[in-house]
Design a protein around this ligand. Structure first.
Ligand SMILES: O=P(O)(O)OC[C@H]1O[C@@H](O)[C@@H](O)[C@@H](O)[C@@H]1O
Length: 378
C-alpha cells in the first residue's frame, strides 16, 4: 500500500519557498543579497516570512493573500504549509503541541531588512489582544541581528521603550499633533550589532531603525499599532493601519507606559546568548530560551563538521544563516545553502547536518511555545 503523501512529508525536512511580504517601509536588499540574488534591490517587500501560517494584514491589499508559506515539493506543485499541517496535525506538530494549540504553529519567523526607519509602533500583549482583537495570541517578538548597513551616514539602530516622564496623555498629544520629532525623542535610541538579541514584549513601543538586517521570531499575528500617519519616506498610512480597526482611542490601550533608561533597556531586554554545547564538530548556543519568554525559543548551531539535531516529539524551523551543507534524515538527504528555510516536522526524529562549504554552516533553530510549560493558551 502506498503511504499517504502528507504523512510521508511529515517524516522529512521540508524546504519552503521564498515568501516576501508587502510592508509600509522600503528594504529587502540585504535579504536578496543573503539569498544569493545577483541583482539585489530594495522595494516594498522588505520581509521574508518563514514557516508562516499567518496571513498579512495590509489595508488596500485585502484581495491579495500574502504571508502564507509554500512548501517546495520537488518536481510537484508547491503546497501551502497551513493546508499540509492541517491534514495530519499530530504527525507534523507533535501530540503535546496539538493538545495545546490545535493545528496552529503558535510561532512566526521573519527575515527583515530596513532601508528606512519603520514607523513608531507597538504590538498588543496577549491579554490586550484577547480583549481588543479576540485573538489567542498577541505579538511579542524578538530580533536577532544578522547584519546591517549604513544609510545616509547612520549606523543600524533601533528605537526602544519610553524614556522617563511618559504618560498616556503626553503620548496621545504627540500623536494628535503628529509631532514625530517629539515621539522619536521620547524613545531610547540604541545602536545594534550582528549577534545581538532584543526581546520586544507586547506593549513595548519601538521602531526598527534604518539599516537593520535581522531575523525576527514572534507570536503568530500581524497586529501592528502605528502612531505615525505617514512613513519617513512619505507614504501615507491609512487610519486602519494605525489602529487596526479598534479606533484611535483604544489603540492607546496597547501601549505599556513604563519608562526605561537606555542602560536598563540593554540590561533587561538585550539577551545574552548561553552556551549549550561546544565540541570540535559544532557549537550550540541558546539565543532566546523559555526562561526569557514563554512564547518561543531560538538557538544557533555553528557547524564546523557536523551535528545531529533531535526533535523530541515537537517541530522546529531551520534558517541557514551562513554557509551550506547537507541535511540527512532516515530516508534521504538534501542540500541547503545560505538563506534557505526548512520546516522540520515532528515526524523527523533526528537530522544530521553536515557542513560542505568553506564558510561555517550556521543554522538558526526556531521553536514554538513550549507546550509542556504552558498549561493553557495564556
Ligand atoms: O508597520 P510596518 O512598517 O509595515 O512594519 C511592520 C513590522 O514591524 C516590525 O517591528 C515587526 O513587528 C514586523 O513583524 C512587522 O511586520
Amino acid at each position: 500500500m502506498q503511504p499517504q503523501p502528507s504523512l510521508h512529508l511529515s517524516q522529512r525536512p521540508l524546504k519552503l519557498l521564498s515568501n516576501r511580504v508587502w510592508r509600509t517601509y522600503h528594504g529587502g536588499k540585504m535579504i536578496e543579497q543573503w539569498q544569493g540574488n545577483e541583482e539585489p534591490q530594495d522595494n516594498s517587500f522588505p520581509e521574508e516570512w518563514i514557516a508562516s501560517v499567518v496571513q498579512a494584514r495590509n489595508a488596500g491589499r485585502e484581495h491579495i493573500i500574502e504571508g502564507l508559506s509554500l512548501v517546495d515539493i520537488e518536481g510537484g506543485t508547491p503546497v501551502s504549509l497551513l493546508e499540509l499541517v492541517s491534514t495530519a496535525p499530530v504527525s507534523f506538530l507533535g501530540e503535546r503541541h496539538v493538545q495545546m494549540f490545535g493545528s496552529q504553529l503558535g510561532v512566526l519567523v521573519k527575515a527583515l531588512d530596513s532601508a528606512e526607519r519603520l514607523t513608531i509602533q507597538v504590538h498588543p500583549d496577549r491579554q490586550t489582544a484577547k480583549a481588543l482583537f479576540q485573538s489567542a495570541f498577541g505579538k511579542t517578538e524578538a530580533w536577532y541581528i544578522l547584519g546591517g548597513r549604513e544609510i545616509d551616514g547612520e549606523e543600524p539602530y533601533i528605537l526602544y521603550g519610553f524614556k522617563q516622564g511618559m504618560t498616556r496623555e503626553k503620548w496621545e498629544k504627540l500623536f494628535w499633533d503628529q509631532d514625530i520629532a517629539g515621539m522619536i525623542d521620547s524613545l531610547n535610541k540604541l545602536k545594534v550589532e550582528p549577534g545581538q538579541v532584543f526581546l520586544v514584549e507586547g506593549g513595548m513601543p519601538h521602531a526598527i531603525g534604518s539599516g537593520c538586517f535581522l531575523l525576527e521570531i514572534q507570536e503568530p499575528t500581524d497586529f501592528t499599532i502605528r502612531v505615525e500617519r505617514a512613513t519617513p519616506g512619505g507614504r501615507v498610512i491609512p487610519d486602519f493601519m494605525c489602529h487596526q480597526g479598534i479606533g484611535f482611542e483604544r489603540m492607546f490601550d496597547c501601549f505599556h507606559y513604563d519608562a526605561y533608561s537606555r542602560e536598563e533597556v540593554a540590561e533587561r531586554f538585550r539577551l545574552e546568548p548561553k552556551l549549550l554545547h561546544e565540541s570540535k564538530g559544532f557549537i550550540e548556543r541558546s539565543l532566546i530560551s523559555y526562561e526569557d519568554t514563554r512564547y518561543f525559543a531560538l538557538s544557533s548551531i555553528e557547524i564546523t563538521t557536523s551535528c545531529v539535531v533531535g526533535q523530541q516529539g515537537s517541530f522546529s524551523a531551520l534558517v541557514v544563516a551562513t554557509g551550506g551543507g547537507n541535511l540527512v534524515w532516515d530516508g534521504g538527504s538534501m542540500e541547503v545553502k545560505q538563506g534557505d528555510q526548512i520546516f522540520l516536522p515532528a515526524g523527523v526524529e533526528e537530522l544530521r547536518c553536515e557542513r560542505t562549504t568553506g564558510e561555517k554552516l550556521q543554522l538558526l533553530r526556531c521553536f514554538p511555545p513550549q507546550a509542556s510549560l504552558v498549561t493553557n493558551h495564556e
